[in-house]
Design a protein around this ligand. Sequence first.
Ligand code: NAP
Length: 256
Amino acid sequence: MLTSLKGKSVIVTGGSKGIGRGIAQVFARHGAKLTIAARNEEDLKTTVSEIGGDTRYEVCDVADWASVQAMVGSVAKAQGGLDVMCANAGAFPQTKMIDMEPAEWDQVMAVNLKSSFLCVKASIPYFEKAGKGRVVLTSSITGPVTGYPGWTHYGASKSGQLGFLKTAAMELARYNTTINAVMPGNIYTEGLQDLGEDYLKTMANSIPLKRLGDVEDIGNAALFFASDEASYITGQQIIVDGGQILPESLEALEEI
Ligand code: NAP
C-alpha cells in the first residue's frame, strides 16, 4: 500500500483520452486534486465528468511555451501549488521517411519531446516553492528499445525524452524533485485504435501476456513514481509492456 496522494496537486497532460485518462483515473481514485490538460475542450469536459471527484481541466497546447506556462500557473493557483506533473500528451502519426514532410518531423518533436522540457520548466518555480516535486514522463518502448516503420520521428522523440530525463534529474535534484519515465508497450487507447484492427490483433499476438495493456497499467506505474515510497528513485525508466520486447524470435513466442 502506497502512502496516500490525498490532496496532492497533480497535472496530467493529454488527460482527456487514452493513457492520460488512465493516469488521471488512478490518481483521482487515490484522492489527488487533479487537472487534465489537452487541446479539445469538449473531450476534456467529457472526461472530467467521467472521472468526477476533485477534477478540473485546462485547454493547453503542450508544444507552445506560453500555453504551458499559463496552464501550470492557473493550476497552481486553483489547486494551491503543484506536487506532480505527468507530462504524457503525445502524438504518433505513422509516415515512412520517403513520404514525410520535414514539417511533420518538427511537429512530432514539438508535441512529444519539446513538451517534456516545457512542462518541466513551467513546473520548476512551484516545486522550488514547495521544496519538493515529482515529474513522470510517458515515453515508449518504440524508439528507446524497438523500431517500427513509419515512426522514425516518433521513436526519436521518445528516445529523446529519456536523454532529457537524465540531465533533468540532476538539475531537479536541487529542488528535491524526482523525474522518471514510464515506457508503455501497446496500450489500448483511442490513438492506437486509429491504427486499425489488423494492427491491434497482430500486436496482441506478439505480446507474451497475449493482450494489449490497459491505460490503468500505465497509471499504476505513474502512481508509484509519484508516491513517497519512490522518493529515492530519479532519472529512471520502467517498461510496462506485457513482455512485448522479450521474445528473441517468432519461434520463441510460439513456445509459450
Ligand atoms: P491518444 O489516445 O491519442 O491521446 C492523446 C492525448 O494527448 C489526448 O488527450 C490529446 O488531446 C492530447 N494531445 C495531443 N497533442 C496535444 C498537444 N499538442 N497539446 C496538448 N495535448 C495534446 O494517445 P495515447 O495512446 O493515450 O498516448 C499518450 C502518450 O502515451 C503519448 O505520449 C504516447 O506517445 C504514449 N504511448 C502510447 C502508447 C500506446 O500504445 N497507446 C504506447 C507507448 C507510448 P487533444 O488532441 O485534444 O489535444
